[in-house]
Design a protein around this ligand. Structure first.
Ligand SMILES: CSCC[C@H](NC=O)C(=O)N[C@@H](C)C(=O)O
Length: 607
């Protein structure tokens, strides 16, 4: 194993800056984890020295600028338990006003009223399995319940003159949209009841509603929904790929949108004219629409597209394998972009941060599975260990953004293989359903096919392949080492599911029905037993590292404890790392460093 030149602590101490929003004063407000957890910072010019606005030990999850006043609202939980409370912060005098104090409830941020006098959120205060809609004055200590939800998820997409748009998520690709008039409580459905995914819902200058949706398509595009008759009209199709997000400025009609092309973002700018998108003019050739693919942004993953109040500046987060999460500001009129934050790489040379190759491998049913493949520098033939890093969700997608621990393992001489197995998002709706319920183990078979691809690669040492994954990806690790035990030198399971029965019984009750749509119901114990690795733990032969957080509201910590006990009983090396002050994600840098120093030593010992 090559001597590591930079510690894992060094890589984990590289800052992330993201979640930008622009205040009425034109200041950029964003989250940065410089102090070890994400906190609120501001910048008044690109590249200037940023000002730290909050200094908590707990992580801040979002920040949103008022549309009319120099203030923001941010959310913060305790011990990564996802029970966010809301706070208002005055950008002129630094006053911090707690807005909610119901620590036993989850508060999901919704948005500001158009005049900035009020804000809306959903919370499960009334019943822990049900989210209701609340409206609160910016100066009020108490909120008003304006709509009682039904069991399960309910969130707010946007608040405009016509009202508040609610999103009811029945499953990851089955939503309903509703329009709520907070003053009267009038509530009516805008969606048409088909199995459709909606996101990024915004009102346009004509009070018509725009969103990202896969309505009547296998890929997502931008559509307009008529508030009167619910007609959906596509104004920008995704084509072979998904539109992933847009920012729309109501008054000017300016729009910036991005498409997810095989994991990389293609960013476009234009203006809504008579409800259609007119691309920016090419400055060099007025009258000719510019080829505004990616404008002049670095090729990476763009997200958090957000207009400032004047509609001229559009800010966004952007990351690529060799570029930590940074904030850019686009001029929506010219398409020119400027980097406003530059976290740097703590002296780790950028040229040492490696980009993946996008590959596709054939799996058991001859389907082509997309994956990212990254070899370390100077990989020697037949002597390169591999980490097969499986993402969570499963309706998520691994993309080529900056991962500090990935770069650390590459620098240590591991190759990294990141499959987007069936069930992943980003490749069309049909692809996300290929692992549903009874087809669960087909996605695990995609991992066996991935290892076959690795075995055929000249650089790979087939005896030193590691199964590694988080959350649903942690389940995939446990499934892979029980279904195909001879393939693995070691395994690392982060907050993974070991038993779907205990997972569904103990996960947050508001999310149970949503997850049962993906995995199967508690009414079908035979299916749940068939797909749960805990029942095949006797087949595990490779050393196993398990990490979890005691406060995890999604995958209860009991999932980690039960598989560790089963495997330890068999005398197989098991190491378990549970943080009492963490949840589904390890959010403090101090804990992350401990976690990955231990994982680094575990892999050195066993691989
Ligand atoms: C649909 S929630 C996805 C969140 C999580 N992914 C990463 O952390 C995850 O995989 N959750 C799984 C276990 C789930 O809740 O079904």
């Amino acid at each position: 194993m090559s001597e590591p030149r930079y510690s894992v602590a060094r890589y984990l101490s590289i800052d992330s800056t993201e979640s930008p929003t622009i205040s009425v004063d034109g200041d950029l407000v964003f989250l940065s984890d410089t102090t070890g957890t994400p906190q609120v910072w501001s910048l008044d010019a690109p590249g200037a020295y940023p000002s730290q606005l909050t200094a908590y030990d707990e992580r801040i999850s979002f920040v949103s600028a008022s549309p009319t006043r120099p203030e923001v609202i941010f959310g913060m939980d305790e011990g990564s338990n996802e029970h966010d409370q809301l706070f208002r912060y005055d950008l002129h005098d630094g006053a911090e006003i707690p807005l909610t104090d119901d620590l036993s409830s989850i508060h999901l941020w919704g948005g500001w009223s158009p005049d900035g006098d009020r804000f809306a959120f959903t919370a499960n205060r009334r019943q822990s399995d049900t989210f209701d809609v609340y409206v609160q004055g910016r100066n009020d200590a108490k909120a008003t319940l304006v709509h009682e939800g039904e069991s399960g998820f309910l969130s707010i997409e946007t608040w405009g003159e016509p009202g508040i748009v609610l999103s009811k998520a029945h499953a990851s690709f089955d939503y309903d949209l509703f329009l709520l008039k907070p003053e009267t409580g009038e509530h009516r459905r805008l969606s048409d009841g088909t199995e459709t995914r909606y996101g990024n819902v915004r009102f346009g200058f004509d009070d018509r509603l725009y969103c990202v949706t896969n309505h009547d398509s296998d890929t997502a595009g931008i559509a307009r929904i008529d508030l009167e008759d619910g007609t959906h009209e596509t104004i920008q199709a995704g084509g072979d790929w998904n539109v992933e997000g847009f920012a729309l400025h109501g008054e000017t009609g300016r729009i910036v949108w991005s498409r997810n092309v095989d994991g990389y973002s293609e960013v476009h700018a234009g203006r809504l004219v008579d409800g259609e998108i007119e691309p920016l003019e090419d400055p060099a050739d007025p009258g000719d629409p510019s080829d505004s693919d990616n404008l002049d942004l670095p090729k990476g993953v763009a997200y958090d597209l957000t207009f400032g109040p004047d509609g001229q500046q559009c800010t966004l987060s952007l990351s690529r394998s060799d570029d930590p999460r940074s904030v850019f500001v686009l001029d929506a009129e010219t398409g020119e972009s400027e980097r406003w934050t530059n976290p740097g790489t703590l002296g780790v040379p950028k040229e040492s941060l490696l980009e993946p190759e996008t590959i596709r491998y054939e799996t058991f049913d001859r389907r082509e599975i997309p994956a990212y493949w990254t070899l370390p520098e100077n990989a020697s033939p037949g002597d390169t260990p591999v980490i097969v890093d499986i993402h969570g969700g499963p309706e998520h997608q691994r993309r080529p953004w900056f991962f500090p621990t990935k770069q650390y393992f590459l620098q240590q001489g591991y190759a990294i293989f990141e499959p987007n197995v069936r069930g992943s998002s980003g490749y069309g709706t049909e692809y996300t359903h290929l692992d549903d319920v009874e087809k669960r183990m087909d996605s695990v078979a995609d991992i066996e096919s991935a290892v076959e691809w690795l075995h055929d690669h000249e650089a790979v040492d087939s005896d030193r392949i590691v199964a590694y994954g988080r959350s649903y990806g942690g389940f995939m690790v446990l499934a892979a080492i029980t279904e195909y035990p001879d393939l693995w030198a070691a395994a690392v399971d982060f907050v993974g599911i070991a038993d779907f029965k205990t997972f569904l019984e103990n996960t947050g009750e508001w999310r149970r029905s949503h997850r049962a749509q993906e995995y199967g119901s508690l009414d079908d114990p035979e299916l749940l037993e068939r797909i749960s690795p805990i029942h095949k733990a006797d087949r595990i032969s490779c050393p196993l590292f398990i990490q979890h957080g005691a406060n995890d509201p999604r995958v209860p910590v009991g999932e980690a404890e039960q598989i560790a006990e089963k495997v330890r009983e068999r005398g197989v090396p098991v190491e378990i790392c549970i943080f009492d002050d963490e949840g589904h994600h390890t959010t403090s840098r101090e804990n992350l460093i401990e976690e990955f120093e231990r994982i680094g030593k575990f892999l050195e010992t066993h691989v």
